[in-house]
Design a protein around this ligand. Structure first.
Ligand SMILES: *[C@@H]1O[C@H](CO)[C@@H](O)[C@H](O)[C@H]1NC(C)=O
Ligand SMILES: *[C@@H]1O[C@H](CO)[C@@H](O)[C@H](O)[C@H]1NC(C)=O
Ligand SMILES: *[C@@H]1O[C@H](CO)[C@@H](O)[C@H](O)[C@H]1NC(C)=O
Length: 699
């Protein structure tokens, strides 16, 4: 591995970051990966020498000239390696091996704001590196990313003016929140170990404000609640007046970049933006932008009911700490993305949130003749993608209801005059038209509906509307300001997908005629009414007046789907076609839960499979054992048989010998024995042998 370091261009830096798959570290890594070493030393303007083009051709995590090469530990190895991470090591890597990896890096960053269990490791790492300092081939920098919670109990800078914010120059007086004593001890250790020989081993502490941006970290809870729109009011814990020091995650990364480039003399920094927003400011800003727009005060203790907040996260959200960071503003060269804080930049922050979490709305329009099954399809699609089903009739009824409610109640927040006027106009118009509304009002109501927070957040399926090309034009490009097609995220409502469901007149007539009378009674599916509606629909959909033309002109090519049978299977086929075209859900909520459930199901299935496999194996083993026993038995039997056969063989083979003995030897022997009895020699054996020898018939 040593050679690999030498291959690296002189000015490139190898950076280690712990937990590089978690929010803070991942975003710092992503940021540094796009930086050129030393860029923050150059003044703005010259600084952004981004080599986008080169990078595109640079598929493998090759070492780039003058850039940061990121390595780090990950908590789960299963996750796919991010493109900006050159090497990753398991969380369980042995310390001895980890030290080996650390020693190959120029910069070691330890973030302890997310997982308190990283404190021990950070403490070990800085101490171990300190011990090895004299053997470093080149100088190393250690950066601890800590939290402003180590300041939470600090006495005000000025006793007489307690509102005066603290600044980073007060850092020696800082006092930690009771749950953050270990953090502050670590901060002190890190600073101390960098004092011995800072030219070889320099150490820094960056005390970060609460991080936001991208996936939003601790604030995600409020973003998600607002986006989902399932509660009417977003809770504020306590009275909401606590000042929360914050920093955009990319600005924090920028500060770290500056520390690496500048290697300043000062070792301790506070990383916060200028905002000094209260909890109430922040939550109100989020919910106003994402919906539902209202907050409610709940007791501080209720925060404990939010199940997956850790103690660290709760302590962080409840902190009250006016603090400023003049040092970095005076000495660093930061390309701030959110210098004035989250509330001031809420629109951009929310765009980023949606993008990072893939929460992009799906907007869809389904058109087709009456009774073709648009609503059934729309309903199923809405369920699958967690979208809002928009039907003209319901939208109008809801609008009237809301207007009436606003006009009747003395609600200061709403602009009553406007509501009153619109309400009067609508009623008048309906009276004149026999209960129908003019297109202009219909369009206004639909436009408002499509611009509600839920429709903007999750998206919608527009069911059977617009009916004409004219309506489409008015609805999507009204207001005299054409929708900005370039900007992906403008408050636009133009559907991304258009489906035209069609069937022959005969089929539709047949279908309606076959509906049971109880269903049809009093609806527009009564035969005459239906035929009129169908005729009207066909009239409207002649070549140049079809709403489909409007979409064609915008290059939103409608997909044509043909219904030919009442079979449920066919509906499912149509739904499958639509889902294939639209792609994966871009939501969390039930859909994500479904995915999780599916994952769990798969895991369970795998477990079941494994269990079944084990049972099968056991069965097989048992069978084999039986087999073995059986074979053993057979074998022993066989053995006996073989022995018997051998004996037989031996016997049969010995037969000629016996015959020979009987025929040729026995008579002589008998004769010999008789002689022996008669003569009674001194040595009968000797005599017998001699006798046999002399009377051998063959001799
Ligand atoms: C809480 O858990 C939900 C799902 O269980 C998750 O989507 C959300 O991100 C978590 N919130 C925080 C703040 O970790
Ligand atoms: C919440 O409490 C604060 C401070 O007591 C108060 O100013 C604010 O109006 C309250 N907000 C709501 C929605 O009740
Ligand atoms: C729908 O089907 C009818 C009858 O088959 C046909 O006349 C019409 O052109 C079709 N419309 C579209 C948009 O395909």
């Amino acid at each position: 591995m040593a050679e690999k370091i030498d291959e690296r261009p002189q000015n490139s830096r190898r950076v280690f970051i712990n937990n590089v798959d978690a929010y803070t570290s991942k975003n710092i890594a992503r940021f540094l990966d796009l930086c050129v070493v030393g860029a923050s030393l150059v003044f703005a303007g010259e600084a952004d020498v981004e080599e986008e083009d080169d990078r595109l051709h640079d598929d493998q995590a090759e070492i780039k000239d003058g850039t940061f090469q990121i390595v780090g530990t990950v908590s789960s190895q299963t996750e796919e390696k991010c493109s900006f991470i050159a090497e990753q090591y398991s969380h369980h890597t042995k310390r001895e091996d980890l030290l080996h990896h650390l020693l190959k890096c120029d910069v070691i960053i330890y973030d302890v704001t997310q997982h308190a269990d990283q404190i021990d490791e950070a403490q070990w790492a800085v101490s171990a590196l300190y011990e090895e300092m004299d053997r470093f081939p080149a100088a190393k920098t250690f950066i601890l990313v800590s939290t402003v919670l180590t300041w939470a109990m600090t006495k005000p800078a000025d006793k007489d003016y307690p509102e005066t914010p603290l600044t980073d120059s007060n850092y020696r007086r800082r006092k930690a929140h009771p749950n953050f004593h270990r953090h502050i001890s670590l901060e002190k250790l890190v600073v101390k170990l960098g004092k011995t020989k800072s030219s070889r081993f320099s150490t820094y502490v960056v005390a970060s404000g609460l991080q936001y941006g991208m996936e939003e970290h601790v604030f995600h809870l409020f973003f998600k609640m607002s986006w989902m729109g399932e509660v009417s009011h977003v809770p504020i814990f306590g009275d909401g007046s606590n000042i929360i020091p914050t920093i955009h995650i990319n600005d924090l990364a920028g500060i770290i970049q500056n520390v690496i480039d500048h290697k300043p003399k000062v070792q301790y920094f506070v990383a916060v933006d200028d905002s000094k927003n209260t909890m109430e400011d922040i939550i109100k800003a989020i919910t106003l932008m994402l919906g539902p727009g209202k907050t409610r005060n709940v007791s501080k203790e209720e925060i404990y009911l939010i199940q997956n907040l850790t103690q660290t996260e709760i302590d962080s959200l409840l902190v009250n700490l006016p603090i400023e960071a003049p040092y970095l503003k005076d000495n660093f060269n930061i390309q701030w993305v959110s210098e004035t804080g989250m509330v001031q930049n809420i629109e951009q922050v929310i765009e980023e949130y949606k993008e990072s979490r893939g929460l992009l709305p799906i907007r869809m329009c389904i058109v087709g003749p009456p009774a073709v099954g648009k609503s059934t399809i729309a309903e199923k699609i809405c369920k699958h993608y967690n979208l809002h089903h928009i039907k003209l009739k319901e939208a109008i009824a809801e609008a009237l209801e809301n207007l009436e409610l606003c006009v009747r109640t003395e609600d200061e927040e709403n602009d009553q005059d406007d509501d009153q006027e619109f309400w009067d106009t609508l009623r008048e118009n309906m009276n004149e038209n026999g209960g129908r509304l003019d297109d202009q009002y219909v369009i206004r109501i639909m436009k408002d509906k499509l611009r509600t927070k839920p429709c903007m957040n999750q998206g919608f399926v527009l069911d059977g509307f617009p009916k004409t090309c004219e309506q489409a034009k008015e609805l999507f490009t009204g207001d005299g300001e054409p929708e900005d097609l370039e900007s992906k995220h403008a408050t636009k409502i133009i559907p991304e997908f258009v489906f035209s469901v069609n069937a022959t007149d005969d089929f539709l007539k047949n279908r309606v005629l076959n509906l049971p009378e109880t269903v049809v009674e009093g609806t527009s599916y009564m035969p005459e009414q239906f035929l009129q509606r169908l005729a009207r629909f066909r009239d409207r959909n002649v070549e140049d007046e079809m709403p489909l033309n409007y979409f064609e002109d915008l290059e939103i090519h409608p997909e044509h789907l043909e219904i030919t049978s009442d079979n449920d299977n066919e509906y499912q086929l149509i739904i499958d076609k639509i889902c294939k075209k639209v792609g994966k859900p871009r939501n969390y909520g039930p859909i994500l839960e479904k995915v999780e459930e599916e994952k769990r199901r798969q895991v369970k299935e795998r477990l079941n499979e494994q269990a079944a496999q084990r049972v099968e194996e056991e069965r097989r083993e048992e069978e084999e054992a039986q087999h073995r026993d059986q074979r053993w038995g057979e074998w022993s039997q066989h053995l006996v048989e073989v022995k018997r056969q051998e004996l037989d063989l031996l016997e049969s083979q010995s037969e000629p010998l016996r015959d020979y003995l009987m025929q040729d030897v026995m008579p002589t022997l008998t004769q010999g024995l008789i002689e022996c009895c008669r003569l009674r020699p001194d040595d009968p054996i000797d005599f017998l042998a001699e006798y046999l020898l002399q009377n051998n018939p063959e001799a």
